[in-house]
Design a protein around this ligand. Structure first.
Ligand code: DGJ
Length: 709
């Protein structure tokens, strides 16, 4: 039983290694008591904290670590919930009704002291994954109220310590940059106001005070939502640190009528004593086991035609690429943008999702048949949420886009956003895409989204237009979810001009993510490093392209992409026979290591940093019988820069690489490293990998029996 109830007012959620405790303090508030290592017995956990009186300026409610803050009295911290009642009252007095445990879930119910408003706080213990999943349900049993903020969770960490916040930020072609920064009193906000998750920040965090990759306490979390979100990391002047995470309250208002309820997205939180690596491995395992629609099934090696042919697609151009891709061992051929009605550049066609008759006079079937005959599956690019004003769809339904009637409709990439909050728009997309999938043998869809919102109006919704931020995403989930149900074997990729929509919400629908339009292998090392903090390698589509091919070897480019779901996106017509033969060898090698990369555990042996030219990752299979090491040497400064081009071995060798995750008692052999040694030896004494400038290597690690074979 992972959840214990003590005295009917204190609860301990236990996972295999951690515990999360909350209870009602002497003042009747629901407060946080403990989040850390699991202790021997339920009575070991600290009492629900009370407040210490400070001064007439600050009330007790400001001081204690409330689980879900409603603003009332002398409380000035970040609230979790803000409402406006029908009579204009904007003060929320949440009182604990009680808690109920059902299986792995605790629900604590709070009720307003005066109004018939109930809040259910849900806590689900994922024991094997050492994670707590939280969400809130607000029930209104009275006159309509307006929700002005409704977060999923507030995560409290132990008082009196100075924390560092790790977060991901970036921009188009520079997503998932990992930052670690000390928090000081005040509120530090990361958010999206773009109607989608965004390239600029990701709904993920980690807090620590002295952790590293392999050691130290880390508290971390991620939100399962693909629209506007907000993370507020707050340090009070009294030394309390909390992270609030949920839907963004910016420009948000939701009318909750009598008898209605509002359910927030779920937010995951976890604790580990084993550093950032363990934190990300917990999220990875959870995503594989509990989020991804196809679970741990392997992903195919794909070829994508975008960088080769851009909009100039037709049967002939695609068939030529497909033939070369098939020779290389590619398993899935994806035709990108440019295939549909009127689409010769980015200024027309979005919305008209049928084959362009000039490019495909007999439809898509001849090309698909050709690709299938070559032994590959066929995949297609779509951008369902968008419309070009120059399209039949827009000419027929100009009112279907997000807009304010008195304002110009700002175009970006010549396109506008269909209002997926509208049921008619959702139904149109479901019908159109369903037909496309029903009429063709398509097993993969790359779902793109190439702009963010402007003029967020929804005229038909009258005074409820601010609900668009949530209803749009719910509409998106409905469209995508319905298509998934109808076509369960299709694999979907979430793309938004690269990694603009990567989160635990979309991964309930999408099997993988196109991580970035930046396919430069050196940039990818950083981008993939940041991405891997939150999401696993089997969701991380990575292509080998021609970007900077003149200065980054094919080997290096393949090795970088082989750390995720391998794809090829270069113009194969320009690759020499020798390059294609080499690529075929890499594809074959990837297929051998695919189960380890796509389903194994990731250990970062050397993280990308400015102080070292090395980046090394290690993937270990679940049985700990096999591992694969990817070692890269980038160009650093000083001697590195001087030696660039010579591919010389720098005489200053890197520190020994200490492997992780092996069975200490088993014996392992490693490519080029001589006789077998114990897992403990490889993890403590390590091995040395000599690399020239901008060189990379893959080393296979295999468990051997006592005879050494
Ligand atoms: C943006 C995507 O990220 C690219 O890979 C490509 O699909 C283009 N859109 C097509 O317009």
């Amino acid at each position: 039983m992972p959840i214990h109830t003590l005295d009917n007012n204190y609860w301990v959620l236990e996972t295999d290694h951690t515990a999360y405790a909350l209870g009602v303090n002497t003042a009747g508030a629901l407060v946080h008591a403990y989040w850390g290592e699991r202790l021997p017995v339920p009575t070991d956990y600290p009492a629900a904290p009370d407040a210490i009186f400070h001064a007439s300026f600050t009330g007790a409610g400001h001081m204690w670590p409330e689980e879900y803050v409603g603003l009332t009295g002398l409380k000035y911290v970040e609230p979790a919930l803000s409402v406006s009642f029908a009579d204009g009252v904007r003060d929320l007095v949440l009182q604990v009704v009680g808690g109920a445990v059902a299986g792995d879930t605790l629900v604590v119910t709070l009720r307003d002291a005066h109004y018939p408003l109930r809040v259910e706080l849900h806590y689900r213990a994922h024991a094997a994954h050492d994670l707590i999943e939280r969400w809130a349900v607000v029930h209104n049993d009275g006159a309509p109220i307006t929700l002005e903020r409704v977060f999923s969770a507030q995560w409290q960490v132990p008082i009196g310590r100075s924390y560092r916040l790790s977060y991901l930020s970036g921009r188009w072609i520079d997503e998932f940059q990992l930052h670690r920064q000390p928090l000081s009193p005040g509120v530090f906000v990361r958010e999206s106001r773009r109607i989608t998750t965004s390239h600029h920040a990701s709904p993920w965090f980690a807090l620590d005070d002295h952790a590293g990759e392999t050691h130290g306490e880390v508290w971390f979390g991620a939100l399962a939502w693909s629209g506007n979100w907000k993370l507020a990391a707050e340090v009070t002047d009294f030394g309390r640190t909390r992270v609030s995470l949920g839907l963004n309250d910016w420009d948000f208002a939701w009318r909750l009528g009598a008898g209605e309820r509002f359910t927030t997205p779920a937010c995951l939180g976890g604790y580990t004593q084993d550093g950032f690596g363990a934190a990300s491995r917990r999220l990875h395992a959870f995503v594989r086991d509990n989020v991804l629609p196809h679970g741990r099934s392997p992903h195919k090696v794909l070829y994508n035609s975008w960088e080769a042919t851009t909009f100039s697609v037709d049967v002939e151009s695609q068939s030529k690429l497909a033939e070369l891709a098939a020779e290389m061992g590619v398993e899935l051929f994806v035709m990108d943008d440019g295939w549909f009605q009127g689409r010769n550049s980015d200024d027309a066609g979005l919305g008209d999702w049928w084959p362009d008759p000039k490019k495909f006079p007999d439809g898509l079937t001849p090309l698909i048949a050709r690709v299938n005959a070559l032994g590959m599956d066929f995949g297609l690019w779509l951008e369902p949420e968008m419309v070009n004003p120059n399209s039949d769809l827009y000419r027929a339904h100009p009112d279907w886009v997000i807009h304010f009637p008195t304002r110009a409709r700002t175009e970006s990439r010549n396109q506008l956003i269909l209002n997926l909050a509208r049921a008619d728009v959702q139904n149109y997309l479901i019908t159109t895409i369903d037909k496309l999938l029903s009429d063709h043998n398509i097993t993969f869809i790359k779902w793109d989204m190439n702009r963010n919102v402007s003029e967020p109006g929804w005229p038909a919704a009258g005074d409820r237009q601010r609900e668009i931020w949530v209803r749009y995403v719910e509409g998106l989930y409905r469209v995508w979810g319905t298509l998934r149900e109808r076509h369960p074997n299709v694999v979907w990729q979430s793309c938004s001009g690269g990694g603009g929509r990567a989160d635990l919400g979309i991964l309930r629908l999408a099997d993988q993510v196109w991580v970035s339009d930046n396919t430069d292998a050196l940039s990818r090392l950083n981008i993939q490093h940041g991405y891997s903090q939150m999401l696993p390698a089997d969701t991380m589509e990575a292509w080998v392209t021609d970007i900077n091919a003149g200065r980054i070897s094919l080997d290096f480019r393949f090795h970088v992409a082989m750390q995720g779901v391998l794809g090829v996106g270069g113009n194969l017509l320009h690759w020499s026979p020798a390059e294609r033969a080499k690529a075929a060898r890499f594809v074959a090698q990837y297929k051998e290591i695919r189960p380890i990369v796509q389903n194994g555990e990731l250990y970062r042996l050397i993280e990308p940093s400015d102080s070292s030219p090395y980046v090394v990752t290690q993937y270990v299979n679940i049985a700990r019988s096999e591992a694969v090491i990817f070692a890269f040497r980038r160009i650093g400064g000083g001697a590195d820069a001087m030696l660039d081009g010579y591919h010389a071995i720098d005489p200053s060798q890197p520190a020994a690489l200490k492997l992780q995750g092996l069975d200490p008692d088993a014996r392992y052999k490693i490519t080029g490293q001589g006789a077998a040694r114990s897992g403990l030896a490889w993890m403590r004494a390590g091995l040395t990998v000599a690399l020239g400038h901008q060189e990379s290597k893959i080393l296979r690690v295999r468990r051997v029996d006592d005879s050494g074979s």
